[in-house]
Design a protein around this ligand. Structure first.
Ligand SMILES: [Mn+2]
Length: 279
């Protein structure tokens, strides 16, 4: 009667001791820029929850603009932040990587909505070292942008963002958009391949295995042996989510698959026509 009970145990290895983590990375959402895009974001977040993401990384530019002080938040921003808070209540870690539309993400008022914020996010998955940054400093032709970034994210700017009359402060923040359009947006129509390659090689030389950037909105990839660098397509145009599981292989998934089929290095949205300047 009693069959001998056999336990089939897989061999113990170090991977088993690590807590499995599934990460989702979304870049350049610009929520609030187009009508109804907040609804799209809400359903995208529901999808992340359904797939069981343990960590959600926003690779910069979640909203049309995000300033760390509540006086700048409109209904769309509040609702979007509410989605992040609800992810966190479910136990998902939320990381905000700072983009060119993000200001003072370390401000305490954002504490309910993110676990960490900074210009860089790094982790190890599947034994590979990942480095994630927005990428707005890669293009060396963007001298005016670099200057504007330094000024707009400085200590004095933080002070006036808190102290100036609300309407005036908002006008200045939204004014960044037209200013940016005059500066780095004109350069960003073409991918700065040489700068991207140099930046990737610098990270590889420092021991990084996988680099993920946003900012440029269109896909680009460089492989050197086991190392790889990717520009993640903008969620705004493609609904792209990058999934990183325990094997350390990033899987880039576009929601609108039909548009990404021909997205080798030169896809439909790479051209000038039909591309809004505002990134
Ligand atoms: Mn950007």
């Amino acid at each position: 009667m009693g069959r001998p009970c056999r336990l089939h145990l897989p061999p113990l290895n170090l991977r088993m001791l690590a807590w499995p983590v599934l990460r989702a990375v979304l870049a350049d959402l610009h929520v609030g820029q187009g009508p109804g895009d907040i609804e799209r974001f809400v359903s995208s977040v529901a999808g992340l929850r359904q797939r069981g993401a343990n960590e959600v990384v926003i690779l910069g530019d979640l909203f049309r603009a995000l300033v760390g002080f509540p006086r700048f938040w409109d209904d769309t921003v509040r609702r979007g932040l509410g989605e992040l808070a609800s992810l966190r209540r479910d136990g998902t870690r939320v990381v905000l990587v700072e983009g060119n539309r993000d200001f003072f993400l370390d401000a305490p008022d954002l504490n309910p909505f993110r676990d960490a914020a900074g210009t860089v996010h790094s982790f190890v998955a599947g034994g590979r070292r990942f480095l994630l940054e927005h990428g707005d400093l890669i293009n060396h032709a963007d001298r005016w942008y670099r200057f504007w970034r330094t000024v707009s994210k400085s200590g004095p700017a933080r002070l006036w963002a808190r102290l100036l009359p609300r309407r005036l402060a908002q006008r200045i923040v939204l004014g960044t958009e037209s200013r940016l359009r005059e500066t780095n947006f004109t350069y960003r129509r073409e991918l700065p391949i040489a700068d991207l390659t140099a930046a990737a090689q610098m990270h590889f030389a420092a021991g990084v295995d996988v680099v993920l950037w946003g900012h440029f909105h269109r896909s680009w990839m460089l492989k050197r042996g086991d190392r790889e660098a990717h520009v993640v397509p903008g969620w705004l145009e493609t609904g792209t989510v990058v999934w990183i599981g325990d094997d350390g292989n990033p899987v880039i998934e576009a929601a609108e698959t039909a548009q990404i089929v021909d997205s080798s290095s030169c896809s439909w949205y790479q051209g000038h026509e039909g591309m809004p300047d505002a990134r």
